[in-house]
Design a protein around this ligand. Structure first.
Ligand code: KG4
Ligand code: ZN
Length: 335
């Protein structure tokens, strides 16, 4: 059985073909980074227009690499929440069109659950039950995952997502979009203790929430001084950029790892699964590995190619299809 999975929740246009045995037959991702770079972040209107142009060529490419034609498809799955509404709509409308034309089932994918399922794809069914941690450009959320279809929210960011903070701080430091990889590179030669940035909620053992907006402001003040906005007068040296990047990255990693650890303690679960773009961060991955060794829990971090947005992780749709959870053509995009 072949499923076509579509992903257009943010700024990647992606399609994959997966089997009901969870084999990834093909996976194509068209990144829009170059379109958004000069704005320092994703511009929703540009993203949805680019999805419209790319969705059919990306689907064609996924089918071609799988050596299949549309008639071979048994179902179409699409990420319909959460994400940018205009972007999600492009994938949803494409998926519905295929389902109507081919008279095959439509399956809804929750994009956050799919990020966790990226760990299931590589590590096998024993990843459940687990604490699922999504750290991306749009979300920073901890879930108790009883199984592939059971997600209970434990905590989330109350303002910016971790990836969004990476992107905004990179822009302040004159580093390119997406900010995460650029900050990681700059931080390598920096002093992580050069600036002492805030770690909100870290000491509050009852809350599993995050906040990154104050951290972003703290970096701003370190660059221009309190109360001032204007970056144009400030010329940072490479060394200053490296120190700011390293100190910022350390503060984010402390918050992320600290709350993940607390979620493990609170739930009593013995497995942690981590996905989303920021899970590609080398410092974060290393910290998680050392915490897992120290506190003796099993850790699965999505492989690098499945951390950032992709359609292969939409294979979570196989679980829904097997459970009889298909959708009508009334399916809408959601938050
Ligand atoms: O999961 P993703 O592709 O999209 C969303 O669903 O949001 O995540 C994109 C985010 C961006 O904010 C990007 O800066 C961040 O992931 N990111 C990283 C790294 N690679 C990507 N953040 C920190 N370190 C990285 N190496
Ligand atoms: Zn994502």
């Amino acid at each position: 059985m072949y499923l076509l999975t579509l992903e257009t929740s943010c700024d990647e246009t992606a399609a994959a073909v997966v089997t009901d045995g969870l084999e990834i037959v093909s996976s194509v991702v068209a990144s829009q980074d170059a379109l958004h770079r000069r704005f320092g972040g994703v511009v929703p209107e540009i993203a949805s227009r680019a999805h419209v142009e790319r969705i059919l060529p990306v689907i064609d490419e996924a089918l071609a690499r799988a050596e299949l034609s549309v008639g071979d498809l048994d179902a179409v799955a699409v990420a319909n929440r959460p994400g940018l509404p205009g972007s999600l709509l492009v994938g949803l409308v494409a998926a519905k069109a295929f389902c109507v034309a081919l008279d095959i089932p439509l399956v809804a994918v929750n994009h956050l659950h799919a990020h966790i399922y990226a760990c299931r794809l590589t590590a096998g069914p024993e990843v459940f039950p687990c604490v699922g941690f999504i750290v991306s450009g749009g979300h920073t959320s901890l879930f108790r995952c009883g199984g592939p279809l059971e997600f209970e929210l434990l905590g989330a960011t109350i303002d910016d997502a971790a990836g969004e903070a990476f992107d905004k701080v990179a822009s302040m430091l004159g580093l390119p979009y997406p900010g995460g990889p650029a900050i990681q590179r700059a931080a390598e030669s920096g002093d992580r203790r050069a600036h002492r940035f805030p770690r909100p909620f870290l000491k509050d053992r009852d809350r599993l929430d995050f906040s990154f907006s104050g951290l972003k402001t703290a970096v701003r003040y370190s660059i221009v001084g309190p109360g001032r906005q204007d970056f144009t007068q400030v010329q940072l040296t490479d060394g200053q950029v490296a120190d700011l990047a390293a100190s910022f990255e350390e503060a984010v990693v402390d918050c992320l790892a600290g709350k993940a650890l607390r979620a493990m303690e609170k739930t009593g679960l013995d497995t942690l699964c981590v996905g989303g773009g920021v899970a590609a961060n080398a410092r974060f991955r290393r910290r998680l590995e050392s915490e897992a060794r120290r506190h003796k829990f099993k850790l699965h971090v999505a492989p690098l190619n499945l951390c950032t947005d992709n359609a292969a992780m939409g294979a979570i749709a196989v679980e829904r299809l097997k459970a009889g959870l298909t959708e009508s053509l009334e399916l809408d995009v959601g938050r």
